[in-house]
Design a protein around this ligand. Structure first.
Ligand SMILES: C[S@@+](CC[C@H](N)C(=O)[O-])C[C@H]1O[C@@H](n2cnc3c(N)ncnc32)[C@H](O)[C@@H]1O
Length: 324
């Protein structure tokens, strides 16, 4: 089963060491009691993948690994492709691994391009990515200089995708993904930067989510919040009915001004809206690696400015704030 020992060793010295008082027991209980029915099948696919050490690894501009000429045979590449396809649907990426292009549903690299220019330098930082999906952005945080990038995400398929990528890029230990929800974290107060991207609108209690994020930061640390927004003034918040863009688990979608107010109300300072951008059907779409419905199916076929339910089509904002 999954061995988190490398992570425990990694944090044994330094600002996260007190996490070791609770984390090993929590993850042991997770392995015993909470595994998904398909977990074994997914994890077998990871197990079957070879350990590959890339000749060239780029995490700064993309997630791309290249091998020395003839290091991997045609047959090995085909085998790797088959195991990676067992881990579909691939939502967050893309990954370019030895000529295999995992063309994910999302161009997560576009989100990173919108976020990265506004961050305090990640060089040497310890960072947390809440709801990190496959861990695509964790690798980009490492590429931007983070000394340790920790992701949490309760979706177990994403943990397997992350471990698959890790195995194929030389077992890099600078990023780690833990199968936990934000509500399962103690108040660590130990991360220099905390990212919450694409998570707030899934939380039933958004202000509690902001407090939980704040509790993970060191004093003076930076929060990077990316979420859906609607047009409107500081009093505008959309609480959709049964579904939003076909998603059942969408709760509060504020305007950018309302969101900035929420952050200030939760005690953040220096709140800045650094990007607002509509999500296009080029950024989120069906691919060979994610064959289910995608954004084009969730919009009104007669008016792409609206969701099928008649709400404003998805627009996402990035806000940056500081913990005093
Ligand atoms: C829309 S995706 C965003 C993925 C990625 N952060 C991005 O921006 O592309 C939301 C993610 O939050 C995860 N998630 C759901 N509940 C969560 C929770 N309680 N705590 C942390 N993450 C959660 C989901 O598994 C999913 O991967």
């Amino acid at each position: 089963m999954i061995d988190f020992g490398d992570f425990y060793q990694r944090i044994a010295k330094g600002q996260l060491s007190h996490w070791l008082e609770t984390l090993p027991a929590q993850l042991a209980a997770w392995q015993k009691e909470s595994l998904h029915g398909q977990f074994k099948q997914w994890f077998n696919a990871v197990d079957y993948l070879p350990h590959v050490t890339p000749e060239r690894l780029d995490l700064l501009h993309s997630v791309t690994a290249e091998a020395a000429p003839n290091a991997l045979s045609e047959g090995q590449i085909q085998g790797i492709t088959t195991h990676l396809r067992t881990l579909m649907p691939w939502r967050k990426g893309p990954f370019h691994l030895y000529g295999i292009h995992i063309d994910t549903e999302w161009r997560s690299d576009w989100k990173w391009q919108r976020v990265a220019p506004h961050l305090s330098s990640l060089v040497g930082r310890t960072v947390l990515d809440v709801g990190c999906g496959s861990g695509y952005h964790l690798w980009r945080m490492v590429g931007a200089g983070a000394q340790l990038a920790v992701g949490i995400d309760p979706t177990q398929l994403f943990l397997c995708q992350f471990e698959a990528v890790r195995k194929l890029i030389g077992g890099d230990q600078r990023a780690h993904l833990l199968p936990l929800g934000i509500e399962q974290l103690p108040a660590l107060g130990a991360f220099d930067t905390v990212f919450s991207m694409g998570v707030l609108y899934h939380r039933r209690s958004p202000l509690d989510h902001l407090y939980q994020l704040k509790n993970q930061l060191v004093s003076g640390g930076e929060l990077v919040l990316e979420t859906l927004v609607v047009p409107g003034d500081a009093q505008t918040v959309l609480l959709p009915g049964d579904r939003y863009a076909q998603m059942k688990n969408v709760y509060f979608i504020p305007s950018t001004d309302a969101l900035a107010n929420w952050l200030e109300k939760c005690g953040f300072i220096d709140v800045r809206v650094v990007d607002v951008c509509p999500t296009t059907t080029e950024e989120q779409r069906k691919t060979e690696w994610m064959i289910n419905e995608s954004l084009a199916d969730f919009l009104d076929p007669r008016d792409a400015t609206k969701t099928r339910e008649g709400y404003p089509a998805p627009v996402r904002a990035v806000l940056i704030a500081k913990k005093p």
